[in-house]
Design a protein around this ligand. Structure first.
Ligand SMILES: NC(=O)c1ccc[n+]([C@@H]2O[C@H](COP(=O)([O-])OP(=O)(O)OC[C@H]3O[C@@H](n4cnc5c(N)ncnc54)[C@H](O)[C@@H]3O)[C@@H](O)[C@H]2O)c1
Length: 299
């Protein structure tokens, strides 16, 4: 099928990033936020982001203008009627997503593909909330969407081959390197990454090494661009805990249960720098990680 117009529902981090990717690659984009103010804010954010790329010489002014001309910010879901593909990227809450899929199914053209950017929720549950389960698929971008090359195309047991092929082709046309994955919690990347992050916190809890040394070890010894604690801080403690909870719900291996200290940080509202103001008052402070180490631990 030919995709020309893409609807994006959700005006957060991911919705904004996916909108940028789609309009820069020539798709007409209908950006839907729950309020017109939210939609306008997204357009302003997009203008800023593309403007910065022009300033840095990475994008020609004409390309920026062409991309922005393709985008429309709306608050009414009915505006998505003529989209060929709708990518949902609202809050990670299955009840909210299922209701949204049922509404999109009612509104969208019969040929339209409905996709979710969920990180952990079963795509099939959203598919069966519609009358077109064959045309529902996961298109999982990574953050920041304009920078990250990977897209996981999630084949629910209900997805047709045509839908999966169209999703893979869409991702490729956006300059991404998609892989096809089955509809299991965490898909590939999060299923491997979050148990690793959890293990790093457990090592700290056991007093094996200090937070700084674990970060330094994974950078210098495993060639990681950043250590696990820096990554948890970036991803956010709330997201880390909720992804581990989702992995554990599907596979009740105690290894997948969030480490105790992650829950404590969550209770303390230390969510990580992504959630905090620019000066990072919500950052997971060194002293808070230190607090989870046994008194006799190194570092
Ligand atoms: N942030 C990431 O690193 C990342 C990466 C890949 C996928 N995801 C997934 O993308 C989706 C969005 O994540 P995000 O990081 O952009 O979140 P975000 O918090 O930045 O944005 C969430 C959006 O959902 C909207 N929203 C909240 N409650 C709603 C409701 N009841 N009905 C409709 N809209 C509602 C908010 O207004 C906001 O626009 C989630 O499913 C998440 O799991 C996130």
């Amino acid at each position: 099928m030919t995709i020309k117009r893409v609807g994006i529902v959700g005006s957060g981090t991911m919705g904004s990033g996916i909108a940028e990717v789609a309009c820069k690659n020539g798709y007409e984009v209908v950006l839907r936020s729950r309020s017109q103010q939210g939609a306008d804010k997204m357009i302003t954010g997009l203008e800023k982001s593309l403007g910065k790329q022009v300033d840095k010489g990475r994008l020609a002014e004409a390309e920026r203008d062409a991309a922005l001309a393709l985008v429309r910010g709306v608050s009414d879901l009915e505006e998505l009627t003529e989209c060929d593909l709708v990518v949902e990227s609202v809050v990670e809450d299955l009840a909210v997503k299922k209701e949204l899929f049922a509404t999109l199914d009612r509104i969208c053209a019969p040929h339209a593909i409905l996709a979710t950017n969920t990180s952990t929720l079963p795509v099939v549950d959203m598919a069966v909330a519609t009358s077109r389960p064959g045309q529902v698929v996961g298109i999982h971008f990574f953050n920041p969407a304009p920078m990250m090359a990977l897209v996981e195309v999630v084949r629910a047991i209900t997805s047709t081959d045509e839908t999966v092929e169209a999703a893979l082709a869409f991702a490729r046309s956006c300059g991404k390197d998609p892989i096809e994955v089955r509809d299991v919690a965490g898909f590939v990347v999060n299923a491997l990454l979050f148990p690793y992050l959890n293990s790093a916190v457990r090592l700290l809890e056991r007093g094996v090494a200090s937070q700084e040394d674990i970060d330094a070890a994974m950078k210098a010894g495993a060639n990681m661009p950043m250590g696990p604690f820096a990554l948890i801080d970036l991803v956010g403690i709330d997201v880390t805990v909720s992804i581990l909870d989702a992995l554990h719900a599907e596979n009740p291996d105690p290894f997948l249960q969030p480490a105790q200290h992650l829950r404590r940080m969550l209770s303390a509202g230390r969510l990580g720098r992504e959630m905090g103001p620019p000066n990072g008052t919500n950052r997971c402070e060194h002293r808070e990680w230190v607090a989870c180490r046994p008194a006799t631990s190194p570092g």
